[in-house]
Design a protein around this ligand. Structure first.
Ligand code: AMP
Length: 114
């Protein structure tokens, strides 16, 4: 698998505004926020896209979602609500090929997405 900017963030080779960390997951603020709160949650062990995930990744993917939810709850975002997004490949709008969950909060989200 090719290296990505997110793998460099995991290795602390480039800076990021890290707001969440546990043994398996890192959360950091998006450089180009699309909402008042925009945090990216990534597994420390890289999976390129959701399409590359296998049953062996089920526990890690579960931890990724639970980390985003725990962060949102701890930040008081859960009651008003938030959006979690995983973009996959070109039509999904994925630009960084290290799977990540966008946590967007702090404003009313609209549907359908653009
Ligand atoms: P996606 O388009 O779903 O692959 O999302 C990639 C996201 O990563 C975009 O929202 C970018 O703004 C964000 N991003 C790219 N480089 C960095 C970085 N070095 N630190 C934080 N966020 C980044």
């Amino acid at each position: 698998m090719s290296d990505t900017i997110f793998a460099k963030i995991v290795r602390r080779e480039i800076p990021a505004d890290i707001v969440y960390e546990d043994d398996d997951v890192l959360g950091f603020r998006d450089l180009n926020p699309q909402a008042p709160v925009h945090v990216l949650f990534i597994p420390k062990r890289a999976i390129a896209t959701l399409d590359d995930a296998t049953p062996a990744d089920a526990e890690l993917l579960g931890k990724l979602l639970l980390a985003a939810a725990a962060y949102a709850r701890a930040q008081g975002l859960a009651e008003n609500g938030y959006r979690t997004v995983i973009n996959t490949n070109t039509h999904g709008g994925q630009t960084v090929f290290h799977i990540h969950v966008h946590l967007l909060a702090g404003r009313q989200m609209t549907w359908p997405p653009g």
